[in-house]
Every structure is written in structure tokens, then in C-alpha cells.
Design a protein around this ligand. Structure first.
Ligand SMILES: Nc1ncnc2c1ncn2[C@@H]1O[C@H](COP(=O)(O)OP(=O)(O)OP(=O)(O)O)[C@@H](O)[C@H]1O
Length: 436
């Protein structure tokens, strides 16, 4: 079946921006020339004045064209995409990724006999660049071109797909542009949008693991998830041993009595959350038996989701004695294992996912994994496993940035929903009705 691969990159694309600008200025230039010609024919004595007016008009046209170009060269505008094509053409030409031969023995000028079939495709914020796998001289280079593409296009590589005859690199253009505001998160029974074009299907990939250096934005991101689940009508519980901003939320009716900070309270909360899940499991089995169906989940029986937010999970665990640790770990494993179908979700925050408290492949069971702020290579490996991702650092001015992966897919650059200074989470929750 025919599949649209995108716009083929041609040699002339190396100057495509200039070509577009010239075409846009052309009407102005033609009008100027016509005007000058008219003056010359009708009043030759005013030709100097006419030339001046024409020049100003043509120059104005060039400026307008340039202004349109500048305006459209951001936010994934038309010229951003034109520029990408220019960059790709230049990359192919400057790196001699084509085949050429001398025109003849006496002429050292070269004739290109093979220009690779590279395609550029852009849809819904995603750039796909396809390189040919045609056994030509550069196939090896095209197999390892991801990092170069990221740098040239100023984009984040999030997937590489092998297609028939092509290798497709998928990138997000300047990912910070896809950042959303905390007030723009509109969760539904299927997903929570975390960035434009990046949503978390929490039923399919349940539980979230969030790590981050101090000041990386963990608490803010946990707040964004808490807000989303509360908006969904979920029953939320918060364990916050650090007594951060989250602890203050105990004052709002919707979270009253559901925020825990001391070691004893937190252990009790985890145990009770687990017990509620076991209770629901029995109820669910009964309902399922009556309905005589399989393959359903909590949503089929109008059960509301329940979410346990556990910040500083590792710090809390390291304060417990061995016996208590075993107990909490046991509850956590069960919640992770059975929670999806029953609508019991876990959002765990920590500085580093210490392997000691994530035994038996527990880490891989977290559907959403997010690291915030700059982490060490070993920290990234702990979060996402071994990957060839090129982890870059953002400027100090940007807060709440990091990397994310859903369902073990390719790790991608992430910007947590932006929380503007005027947004008061406390006031927002004050106006929320308690879940029935
Ligand atoms: N998503 C965001 N939107 C706006 N500002 C943010 C965001 N994330 C972080 N910040 C800024 O960074 C600061 C630190 O964020 P936060 O308190 O979430 O860090 P943290 O990782 O929880 O740190 P710690 O572990 O030390 O508490 C915030 O006070 C805020 O100014």
C-alpha cells in the first residue's frame, strides 16, 4: 500500500529559504520595474525620482518578505519546516553523502550520479526524516545519524523505526514549545496530557515513577498529576515525609485527612491503601462473576480511581527497619501488580530510584517514568535502563525539565506542565467538591 513518506530532499533545497524569499519579493520587484518603466516612457525628466520610489518599494517588499519569514520561523511555522529541508540538503551535500564522478578526464568538475532519497515529513509536532536503506555507500552513516539530526534540527529524537527500504528518525521540534500550562491539562478517563502531543494513558501504562535532583521540579510535577487525578474525580492520598508544599494541602476539604507525613502515618496509609485494594478486588470479582465477562477493568463498574502519591519514597524506606521495609515493599509490589485492573494507581517520587527498593523488576512496572533536572549517567540508567539517548542539559533558567518514557518506549525530552507564579494550587483545590 502507498504510504506518504514526505517531501523528498533535493539538491536545490540547500538554498530553499533564499528561493522562497526571492519568490515572495518578486511581485514587489516586478511592480517597481514596471513603475520605473512607465515613468521612463511618460515623464523621462522624473526618472531619478521614479528610480528612488521603485527602489524604496522593492526594498520594502524584501523587508516584508523577511518579516514574514522571521515570524513563521518559530512555533513549528512554515519556514521552520522549510529551514529543516535546507539543513538536511546542506547536511547531505556538505558531508558528501551522495555519489559523484568526474565529468570527463580533462574536467575535474563532478557530476552527481546518486543523490540519496531522503524524505522530510512533518505532522502534529513530529518530524520524521527517512533515510534510504539501499545498500549504497552511505547506508552505514544513515544508520547512525540520529545525534547529528538532533543537533542540526534542534529537536529531540524519540524513536527510530525500521521501515521497508528506509530508516525513519522521529523527532520533536524544539520540545519546550510543546510545554503546556498546568491549567491546560484536561484529563479524561483514558489519558492525561503532559505536553502537546504527549499523553499518559494511565490505564494502559499505570503508575508513575518520578525522580529528580533537589529543585528539579518533582514537587511541582507531582502537584500537576495530583490536580489531574482530582479533576478526574479520583480519590487521592498523599504521603509526604519531607513535609513540602504538599503537606499544606491538608487544609483543603478534598484532601482533608488524606495527607500523611510522619513515618507511622505513612506506613499506615500504604497499608490501608493496599487493604482498600484487596476489598475492591473481592467486590470486583463478585461483579465480574455476575456479569459473566472477562477482560474488563474498574471503569466497567463505575468504580472511581484511587491514587497514592508517595513523595520521597526511597528516603522514607531508608528510615525503616528491615521488617517494616519488607512489609511496605510487599504492599507496594501488590499495588503495582494488581492496581491497573482495579483502578489503584501509585505515583512515587524520589531523588534516585535506589535498586534496593525496586526489586524484582518493580521499576519496569511503572508505566510513566520521568526524571527531572540533570542526573548522572547512572541515575538515567536506573530510571530508564540502558539506552543510547543523548541526554542534554537545559539552561538554568528553565525549571521542570527532564526526560520521560511511557511504557518503556524511547526516552524523550520532557517539560513538566508549567506552573505560573500566580497559580495557587491551594486555592484551586479549595473550590473543588469532595469526591462522592
Ligand atoms: N513545572 C514548573 N513550573 C514552574 N516552575 C517550576 C516548575 N517546576 C519547578 N519549578 C521551579 O523550581 C522550584 C523547585 O521545584 P520543586 O519544589 O518542584 O523541586 P523539587 O524537585 O521538589 O525539589 P526538592 O526535592 O528540593 O523539594 C520551584 O519553586 C519553582 O520555582
Amino acid at each position: 500500500m502507498f504510504k506518504y513518506k514526505g517531501i523528498r530532499i533535493r539538491r536545490f533545497h540547500r538554498d530553499i529559504v533564499f528561493i522562497y524569499l526571492s519568490l515572495m519579493s518578486l511581485p514587489f520587484t516586478l511592480l517597481s520595474i514596471s513603475f520605473l518603466y512607465l515613468i521612463y516612457v511618460r515623464s523621462p525628466d522624473k526618472v531619478i525620482w521614479g528610480a528612488l520610489v521603485s527602489a524604496v518599494f522593492a526594498f520594502g517588499g524584501a523587508i516584508i518578505s523577511f518579516a514574514i519569514y522571521k515570524k513563521s520561523d518559530n512555533h513549528n511555522g512554515f519556514f521552520t519546516r522549510v529551514k529543516h529541508r535546507q539543513l538536511l540538503a546542506r547536511m547531505i551535500i556538505d558531508n558528501k553523502l551522495y555519489l559523484a564522478k568526474n565529468r570527463n578526464l580533462n574536467n575535474s568538475r563532478q557530476k552527481i550520479i546518486y543523490f540519496p532519497k531522503v524524505y522530510y515529513h512533518y505532522k502534529k509536532l513530529i518530524i520524521t526524516v527517512r533515510f534510504p536503506m539501499d545498500l549504497q555507500k552511505n547506508q552505514d552513516k544513515f544508520n547512525r545519524i540520529g545525534e547529528q539530526l538532533e543537533q542540526a534540527l534542534f529537536a529531540d529524537l524519540f524513536d527510530i523505526v525500521d521501515e521497508k527500504g528506509f530508516k525513519a528518525y522521529k523527532l520533536i521540534n524544539d520540545p519546550i514549545q510543546n510545554r503546556i500550562n498546568i491549567t491546560d491539562i484536561k484529563p479524561d478517563s483514558k489519558k492525561i496530557e503532559l505536553m502537546h502531543g504527549f499523553s499518559w494513558d494511565y490505564n494502559k501504562f499505570p503508575h508513575a515513577l518520578i525522580s529528580g535532583i533537589t529543585g528539579g521540579g518533582k514537587t511541582y510535577f507531582i502537584q500537576a498529576l495530583l490536580k489531574s487525578f482530582i479533576d478526574l474525580g479520583a480519590d487521592c492520598y498523599v504521603c509526604d515525609p519531607k513535609m513540602s508544599d504538599l503537606s499544606q494541602l491538608d487544609q483543603v476539604p478534598i484532601l482533608n485527612g488524606k495527607i500523611f507525613s510522619s513515618t507511622g502515618q505513612i506506613n499506615k496509609c500504604v497499608r490501608e491503601f493496599y487493604e482498600q485494594m484487596v476489598e475492591r478486588q473481592n467486590e470486583y470479582k463478585e461483579l465480574l462473576r455476575k456479569a459473566g465477562e472477562i477482560g474488563k477493568d474498574y471503569r466497567s463498574f463505575n468504580m472511581k480511581p484511587k491514587v497514592l502519591f508517595f513523595d520521597e519514597y526511597v528516603a522514607h524506606m531508608s528510615n525503616l527497619d528491615f521488617k517494616e521495609q519488607e512489609k511496605i515493599l510487599g504492599y507496594m509490589k501488590q499495588i503495582i501488580l494488581l492496581g491497573r485492573q482495579l483502578g489503584f494507581f501509585l505515583v512515587a517520587g524520589m531523588q534516585r530510584p535506589d535498586a534496593k527498593y525496586f526489586e524484582d523488576g518493580m521499576r519496569d512496572q511503572f508505566g510513566l517514568r520521568v526524571s527531572l533536572g540533570q542526573m548522572s549517567r547512572s541515575g538515567y540508567i536506573m530510571m530508564f535502563g540502558e539506552s543510547d539517548k543523548n541526554f542534554k542539559v537545559q539552561s538554568d533558567e528553565v525549571r521542570g525539565w527532564g526526560y520521560a518514557s511511557i511504557g518503556g518506549a524511547y526516552v524523550r525530552a520532557f517539560f513538566a506542565p508549567f506552573v505560573p507564579p500566580e497559580f495557587s494550587f491551594y486555592n484551586y483545590l479549595l473550590n473543588k467538591d469532595e469526591p462522592s
